[in-house]
Design a binder for this molecule. Structure first.
Ligand code: ADP
Ligand code: MG
Length: 384
């Protein structure tokens, strides 16, 4: 789960990481007043769950309260499209009005989980402020990677080494190492999957300040972080993904037009690949899970059918704990509830497969059966 920059910054402050003075506003008048309180100039920052705001007009420097009001009028209530959003963008309902920082140096710092190392890894680069993906592609050596042993925790020599890689002047090595230590503690205590600061700056008068703040909390840990879960902002989430998450269905919206219902994440990945190889492309990843009931299958298929991109549906069920007859009933229920007539390609194998197929055959739906994933992929491709 992602949270907003201002929420992340409040958490940073609690851990002793310096942040600029600022205030969250929801109206142009509030933006004007907040700018006045900050001495007449400020930075207005769109609060959205996406990076790349600076390049997309989502971060604006204003030099007077009136300018703040006008800029806020332009920004609030619109969708912001950045390179990290889809073509629709995400709604801007709040702005963070921040004091203008005196930036002497911009660096990059992030903590994430590295699955190959099986633990947290800290990334540091002196090339902050700009597109870190570009630095990674063009000059990968400019990004220092420090794996952390999660049993030992972050060792002092590691935070010192990271601080050195940020390239601050020697006087700032100690406060930088302290900030890195605090952020690591924050990362662990809040079960984060990402903490990212781009840019982490040195100011003209020698302070280390987090000018941006991203925190992603691991979804599977939210049950023990009620306070963090309260920060959820569904307005920033894909509607169908949010609906699926509430039903405990793994669903990711994609760009294609073939809706996919699969049980098992590995099978779902293989299904997407097969569709792609056959020249089609999936509208979603969906793993309905093992112990699904026909109602849960129906909810999953309804999510698929609610996606206007979807032109046909591919069902790929390996009937084990989820029996084929249950899957078949669920699919039919969803088609009935959504009053849909989209073509359906079904590949089913395993427990109660004959019964499942018979139920679908008798349903009156426009079904094509396939025996293998490859055949199923050919069938969806042929139907396009
Ligand atoms: P994003 O990463 O989404 O583009 P940032 O918060 O990093 O958004 O802001 C983009 C750029 O705007 C920063 O790299 C920095 O140069 C500038 N900026 C952001 N906040 C401030 C601030 N309070 N004072 C001065 N400049 C800022
Ligand atoms: Mg940034």
């Amino acid at each position: 789960m992602k949270i907003h920059e201002y929420q992340a910054k409040e958490i940073f402050a609690r851990y002793g990481v310096k942040i600029p003075r600022g205030k969250v506003v929801r109206t142009p008048q509030e933006a004007s007043r907040a700018t006045e309180e900050l001495g007449g100039q400020s930075v207005l920052k769109s609060q959205v769950h996406a990076g790349g705001r600076g390049n997309a007009g989502g971060v604006k420097v204003v030099r007077s309260p009136k300018e703040a009001e006008d800029a806020a009028q332009q920004m609030l209530g619109k969708n912001l499209i950045t390179r990290q959003t889809d073509a629709k963008g995400v709604p801007v309902n709040e702005l963070l009005v921040e004091g203008l920082a005196d930036i002497a140096q911009e660096t990059y710092l992030a903590i994430t989980i590295d699955s190959s190392h099986r633990g947290p890894v800290i990334l540091a680069s002196a090339q902050g402020g700009m597109d870190i993906e570009e630095v990674a592609a063009a000059n990968p050596d400019d990004i220092h990677t420090e794996p952390v042993d999660s049993t030992l925790g972050l060792m002092p020599f590691q935070s010192r080494r990271l601080a050195a890689k940020l390239g601050f002047s020697p006087e700032l090595a100690r406060p930088a190492a302290q900030a890195i230590h605090a952020l690591y503690r924050l990362f662990v205590e809040n079960d984060c999957s990402l903490v990212e600061i781009n840019p982490l700056i040195a100011t003209g008068d020698g302070e280390i300040v987090a000018l941006d703040a991203k925190i992603t909390v691991e979804d599977d840990s939210l049950f023990r972080h009620a306070d963090l879960y309260e920060l959820r902002d569904v307005s920033q989430e894909d509607k169908l993904e949010a609906q699926a998450a509430d039903l405990d269905i793994s669903y990711v919206s994609l760009e294609g037009d073939v809706g996919c219902l699969v049980n098992g994440a590995g099978l779902a990945m293989a299904t997407l690949d097969a569709a792609k190889n056959a020249g089609a492309s999936a509208a979603n990843f969906l793993d309905v899970g093992g112990g699904a009931t026909d109602e849960k299958v129906a909810s999953a298929v309804e999510i698929i059918l609610s996606d206007p991109k979807v032109k046909q549906v591919l069902v790929n069920i390996f009937g084990g704990i989820l029996r084929c007859d249950i899957a078949a009933r669920g699919v039919i229920l969803a088609y009935k509830n959504k009053n849909s007539s989209l073509p359906l390609v079904v590949r089913m194998l395993g427990t109660n497969v004959d019964e499942g197929k018979a139920i679908l055959r008798d349903s009156g739906l426009n079904v094509t059966f396939a025996d293998t994933i490859a055949e199923a992929a050919q069938a969806i491709s042929a139907a396009r």
